[in-house]
Design a protein around this ligand. Structure first.
Ligand code: ATP
Length: 234
């Protein structure tokens, strides 16, 4: 319903066939929020995004999108309900041109929608007919983001968007994520540049060994030793 958060996890247990990685995770992403999901390597951040995306089986608990239980739905059904998941290493078709990649995601045949998506990214303009595989890492990341825009998603989950990118491109990526939130999109962001994510985050969670160790203000987490005590100790 309208009052429901865009994403809500209730006591989620999930992981892989032999291993349980998430042990009872509760997490909420309201409309227009930028929620940072932090934690040391192996804490379970990517597993959480994959579970919400429908790529890992939910062992118990509930996953709700806009109040609807989506935990048993296939990944593509979640996409149809407004979920956009940009995995680490970005999801572009390297053999297709930028324009073809964007057309695949557009819910509309409206060519001006593609123009508008490209306008948001200076590094893509003039490259619509270039093959995606020949773009730089940063440009490919921008293309993945532009695709997110075209799908008109309610929820965007981004895993390590800034990995390997030049600082100026990282700024472009983060500015774009902020603009999505301003338009009412709910964002769940995993990124190694924790300090940088916390600057745009409206709420922060820290995962530690598959459990939520911190649930609160981003500013609080940036204070003193708190950050190190949560992230540093695995
Ligand atoms: P990183 O920042 O290193 O990616 P993360 O917080 O995203 O860490 P995950 O990638 O979710 O952590 O990994 C959590 C745990 O799940 C780790 O112990 C990892 O070894 C395990 N794991 C990840 N992928 C698989 C898999 N396909 N099969 C079995 N275990 C896995």
């Amino acid at each position: 319903g309208a009052a429901s958060p865009v994403l809500a996890l209730h006591d989620v247990r999930a992981g892989y066939d032999e291993t349980t990685v998430l042990h009872g995770v509760c997490l909420t992403v309201p409309k227009g929020a930028v929620v940072a999901l932090l934690g040391a390597n192996g804490a379970g951040k990517s597993t959480l995004l994959r579970t919400v995306g429908g790529l890992n089986r939910l062992k118990s608990g509930r996953i709700e999108m806009l109040g609807e239980d989506v935990g048993a739905l296939a990944a593509h059904q979640r996409v149809r309900r407004g979920l956009c998941y940009i995995p680490e290493g970005h999801a572009v078709f390297r053999g297709l041109t930028v324009r073809e990649n964007l057309r695949l995601q557009a819910r509309t045949r409206d060519a001006t929608a593609i123009d508008r998506a490209v306008e948001a990214f200076p590094s893509l303009s003039g490259r619509l007919d270039q093959t995606a595989g020949t773009l730089s890492g940063g440009q490919q990341q921008m293309l993945a983001m532009a695709q997110a825009l075209l799908g008109e998603p309610a929820l965007v989950m981004v895993d390590e968007a800034s990995l390997g990118l030049a600082p100026v491109i990282v700024d472009e990526v983060f500015a774009f994520l902020e603009s999505l939130a301003e338009r009412g999109v709910a964002l769940l962001v995993v990124d190694q540049f924790a300090q940088r994510v916390l600057q745009i985050a409206t709420h922060a969670y820290v995962l530690r060994r598959g459990e939520i160790a911190y649930d609160g203000e981003p500013a609080e987490l940036l204070k003193g030793d708190i950050f190190e005590s949560y992230i540093g100790s695995g």
